[in-house]
Design a protein around this ligand. Structure first.
Ligand SMILES: [Zn+2]
Ligand SMILES: [Zn+2]
Length: 249
């Protein structure tokens, strides 16, 4: 029984709709006890401005969390942020968010650096150099101790991904480190809703072997999706013997 959802967005990231209070109301309507706002982080260097909130929107975001806490008292509203890896940003995330009262952070690898070029991790993780960058970013997030979980670690399944020994070795490295540091990995129902190729079954078979904890998330970009697909994810996790955890209960 899932009672908390911690990966939801707001209009500020420019590809989602709704305000924190709308997601909190949706959480209340579906019987959730906890709702975490975790919009796409701004970056101190203004990177990826088309799909992230702007730095000067932070005070309004924080006020929106406070407003949702006031207006929907039946739900515990947590203030979080979905943070791109980039270890170079970790000190800034710590000082700007955790040191200023944010409840938690999520680590996400949305972009990879391959041979000096930036490629999307959603479909662009092909070959040894890309896998090396991907696993290095995941390991940096795991080792940092800053994050409550890693979002959609299997987004590398997007596109025409093929499971092979090279991919399995990289996934084993990440899963075994996550299990050792007790950092949960996220099963994400946005992948199901948009048929993106994740959840990626061979990935989660390896996660089960390593005994990784798993967080069920909706990655809602619309208030109506706040609790969408949680039952399906729970069935999926149970079918693979994955251990579902709630890092913020
Ligand atoms: Zn998004
Ligand atoms: Zn997200």
């Amino acid at each position: 029984m899932i009672t908390g959802v911690y990966h939801t967005h707001t209009f500020r990231c420019k590809h989602a709709t709704g305000e924190v209070v709308d997601y909190a109301r949706a959480a209340a309507a579906t019987g959730l006890a906890r709702l975490g706002a975790a919009d796409h982080t701004p970056l101190p260097d203004g990177r990826w401005p088309g799909v992230r909130m702007h730095l000067d929107e932070l005070p309004a975001y924080e006020a929106a969390v406070a407003e949702a806490r006031r207006d929907v008292p039946s739900v515990r509203v947590l203030m979080g942020m979905e943070c791109d890896v980039g270890a170079q940003y970790f000190p800034w995330y710590r000082d700007t968010f955790l040191a200023r009262g944010y409840d938690y952070l999520i680590a996400s690898v949305h972009f990879l650096e391959v041979d000096g070029r930036e490629v999307s991790a959603f479909g662009g993780c092909r070959g040894a150099a890309a896998l090396r960058d991907w696993s290095g970013k995941c390991l940096a997030a795991i080792d940092s101790g800053l994050f409550a979980f890693i979002a959609h670690p299997d987004n590398i399944a997007c596109g025409d991904a093929v499971w092979n020994d090279e991919v399995a070795a990289a996934v084993d490295t990440v899963c075994s480190a996550a299990a050792a540091r007790k950092l949960p990995l996220e099963l994400n129902s946005l992948g199901l809703r948009e048929r993106r190729g994740y959840p990626w079954r061979p990935f989660w078979e390896r996660a089960a072997v390593h005994g990784c904890g798993v967080v069920l998330s909706t990655d809602a970009h619309r208030p109506g999706d706040t609790a969408q697909g949680l039952d399906e994810l729970a069935t999926y996790a149970a079918g693979l013997g994955l251990r579902v955890v709630d890092p913020l209960a």
